[in-house]
Design a protein around this ligand. Structure first.
Ligand SMILES: Nc1ncnc2c1ncn2[C@@H]1O[C@H](COP(=O)(O)OP(=O)(O)OP(=O)(O)O)[C@@H](O)[C@H]1O
Ligand SMILES: C=C(C)CCOP(=O)(O)O
Length: 246
């Protein structure tokens, strides 16, 4: 079973509010459709926000720890993410990938410590019935804080753990995690050794950019690969392009 995240920074133009990168999304959908047509492994897709979601969350002062009790604010962020989710589903459905949505706001929550609880019975049943579940970064109820953002990266980690994923991939705008000379780092197994080169995202991002991503993935038992769109097909084909985080 593969858990794949399509980075919001890949499928949208991250510095222009609510703007899709249609060409990039089509390329990603082509690679997924080709892998499915080859009868590949079960696949769960998660996508991030990019210019959908992060801007709205930032305007309302909502992050993964700072919440809101204003339902309109929560719905504004959630609405941006479901709009993007529709675009992703649409591009996959056009290519005969049996993609169906899973909206975390209606299923997941955080407890008082901020720990994410993501039920997966519906995802497992969808997989068993031949669907490709497509989740997305979202807002979710957070005990004691109202509603906070859950990043696609956190969802990937939770899904990989609960569903015992064989492979985890994060397709981003960069060919991997880059060192201080912009060379791709092959393998990361410790945060401190790379902390100095890890930054936030270049665009509005309430979930921590590359530093947040590496932290979340290091906590995961399974190895995860970070790569760019050019390497998506090879990842789906069984290779480990980009940076391996384990
Ligand atoms: N050392 C680094 N190596 C690679 N990228 C880095 C590094 N430090 C910071 N970054 C930034 O992190 C970005 C990737 O993180 P980002 O959160 O934008 O990814 P994403 O998952 O594709 O998008 P989203 O969070 O919207 O879903 C890169 O585009 C780059 O600007
Ligand atoms: C900002 C929102 C709502 C989603 C964030 O998901 P991410 O782009 O994976 O960090």
């Amino acid at each position: 079973m593969i858990v794949l995240k399509l980075g919001g920074s890949v499928i949208t133009e991250k510095d222009r509010a609510e703007t899709l990168d249609g060409e990039a999304l089509e390329r990603a959908a082509d690679a997924i459709a080709a892998a499915r047509a080859d009868g590949g492994a079960d696949l769960v897709v998660v996508h991030g926000g990019g210019s959908f979601g992060h801007h709205n969350a930032s305007e309302h002062g909502v992050t993964t720890t700072e919440g809101t009790r204003d339902a309109n604010a929560a719905l504004d962020i959630h609405g941006a993410m479901t709009t993007l989710n529709r675009f992703v589903l649409g591009r996959l459905l056009e290519r005969d990938v049996q993609a169906v949505p899973v909206h975390p706001f209606s299923t997941a929550h955080r407890d008082g410590d901020g720990t994410l609880d993501l039920p997966t019975g519906q995802v497992e049943t969808m997989l068993a019935e031949g669907f490709v579940p497509v989740l997305h970064g979202d807002v979710i109820a957070h005990a004691g804080a109202g509603a906070t953002v859950v990043s696609g990266d956190e969802l990937v980690a939770a899904l990989a753990r609960t569903l015992d994923a064989d492979r985890v991939g994060l397709c981003s705008t960069v060919p991997g995690v880059l060192d201080d000379e912009d060379a791709v780092i092959d393998r990361i197994d410790d945060f401190e050794t790379v902390a100095d080169v890890l930054g936030a995202s270049e665009a509005t991002d309430v979930t921590g950019g590359m530093a947040g991503k590496v932290r979340t993935l290091l906590d995961l038992e399974a190895a995860a690969s970070v790569f760019d769109l050019a390497s998506l097909a090879s990842f789906l084909d069984g290779e480990n392009p980009g940076t391996t985080i384990d």
